[in-house]
Design a protein around this ligand. Structure first.
Ligand code: ATP
Length: 251
């Protein structure tokens, strides 16, 4: 565990605390760039809080990844998770979308998160890790299936393909795509459907410069449209372009 002088946020790394720092003391820190009221030691549940996290802890066996973590995310805001490899960003994102934490609560729109709840699934889009695509569905067929499942017009898949910049591979199978094209397809699976909360794990990875710029613009537009975003990223430019609040996990 490194660093302990923190403004109220509790994040714990898997490592040992330094001398004088309680193993249950507050950890993590606010980024300086984004003054925030969305991340606080004590979660303030307001009518516009879409996501509320209260006293969250997650451990793998005896290894505590974080504890005493409380924050909330409002509609139209983006919370950026930062921190070195292994600091717990993915684990936290997974807890937001249904992985059972060791203790603490996560609510979405006032209800405890339950990934089997159709309302939750309708409202929350995720791009977490490398997605498993059906090997014998084309790029277009994947998006078409998702668009229809979420009640979208048939042309929605084509529009998103165009927007994400992979319309030229629309008839290819996922196994034939480059890694950057796969990432664009992964993002398209979220963008082809409506959502109130978007949860992203390093969405910038494997994107070229144009793709990164487009992604930042798209996420900014999502916020203006009222979506909440929680995003782990190692890209300071993307964080600066989209983030309103930042939660740094230590290591
Ligand atoms: N299923 C698991 N079983 C045991 N330990 C795990 C498991 N998943 C993650 N961990 C451990 O939990 C810690 C946090 O992992 P996590 O993937 O959340 O980190 P991260 O901040 O997302 O890292 P990165 O920046 O590399 O993506 C790591 O030490 C990791 O080894």
């Amino acid at each position: 565990m490194r660093g302990s002088s923190r403004q109220g946020l509790s994040v714990r790394s898997p490592c040992h605390p330094p001398p004088g720092v309680s193993s249950r003391g507050p950890r993590g820190r606010f980024g300086r760039r984004w003054q925030t009221d969305a991340v606080s030691r004590k979660s303030k549940k307001t009518p516009t809080s879409l996501v509320s996290v209260t006293d969250l802890e997650h451990a793998y066996g005896h290894r505590v990844v974080f504890d005493h973590l409380s924050f909330h995310v409002r509609a139209g805001r983006c919370l950026v998770l930062r921190g070195p490899n292994g600091s717990g960003k993915t684990t936290l994102l997974r807890c937001l979308v249904g992985e059972r934490p060791t203790s603490g609560t996560v609510t979405f729109d006032g209800r405890r998160v339950d990934e089997s709840d159709p309302r939750f699934r309708a409202d929350v889009a995720t791009v977490l890790g490398d997605l498993d695509f059906f090997p014998d569905l084309t790029v277009l067929e994947h998006l078409d299936l998702l668009a229809r499942a979420h009640g979208q017009a048939p042309e929605q898949a084509d529009e998103v393909l165009e927007a994400v910049g992979i319309s030229d591979v629309r008839d290819q199978f996922p196994g034939t795509l480059s890694s950057g094209q796969r990432q664009r397809l992964a993002l398209a699976t979220a963008f082809v459907r409506p959502y109130r909360l978007l949860v992203l794990d390093e969405p910038e990875q494997r994107l070229d410069t144009d793709g990164q710029a487009w992604l930042a613009q798209r996420l900014a537009a999502d916020k203006r449209a009222g979506a909440a975003i929680v995003m782990a990223t190692h890209d300071p430019d993307l964080a600066a372009a989209v983030g309103d609040d930042v939660l740094e996990l230590g290591a």
